[in-house]
Design a protein around this ligand. Structure first.
Ligand code: ADP
Length: 171
């Protein structure tokens, strides 16, 4: 049900990959840049029609040249030390993405570690939030994938999964 995958999220052939976007939805660095490059310029063109997205919310686009059928863009919080509602906002990103996926009939979905790059969210706290919400929604999906960019990040998710939902099907 929940799989931990190490690698590039743009390679995953799933119903939807989630993008850690910025509020313009028009592309940026990190995973956002990689997704826009792999999807092609059509993604930016499409997203220009969406009018941006506030932190904590999510928007859906076609996958264009990606192997994934859709891109769900969500805007994570920038870490400012933890007293500006960052944890609640990050949780909202995962929930908004899952809810949008359900509303669009999506059965397989992959997430990057939202906000843990340039946005500076502490990785352990971010993984705890991600895994908590993933465990909650996983029964309503065929596949939920935590796509980690490094083996260290993957180990962090495996630890968190073992702690929070030890009865998950092995990934
Ligand atoms: P944010 O601005 O939300 O912090 P970043 O893209 O800077 O977003 O980083 C989010 C996470 O995505 C980081 O853990 C980073 O290592 C990871 N990442 C970067 N490129 C990819 C990719 N192609 N596939 C999966 N994860 C990626």
């Amino acid at each position: 049900m929940i799989e931990v995958h190490t690698g590039d999220i743009t390679k995953l052939a799933v119903d939807a990959i989630v993008n850690a976007a910025n509020s313009t939805l028009l592309g940026g660095g990190g995973v956002d840049g990689a997704i826009h490059r792999a999807a092609g310029p059509e993604l930016r063109k499409y997203n220009e029609t969406l009018g941006g997205c506030p932190t904590g919310e999510a928007r859906i686009s076609p996958g264009f040249r990606l192997p994934a059928r859709h891109v769900i863009s969500t805007v994570g919080p920038v870490w400012h030390g933890g007293d500006r509602g960052e944890e609640a906002l990050l949780e909202r990103c995962y929930r908004s993405s899952f809810e949008l996926a359900l509303a669009n009939g999506i059965r397989s979905i992959a997430f990057p570690a939202i906000s843990t790059g340039v946005y500076g969210f502490p990785k352990d706290r971010a993984a705890a939030i991600a895994v908590k919400v993933m465990c909650e929604y996983a029964p309503r999906f065929e596949r939920v994938i935590a796509c980690c960019f490094s083996p260290e990040d993957a180990a962090r998710y495996e630890r968190e999964l073992a702690r929070r939902c030890p009865d998950r099907a092995a990934g």
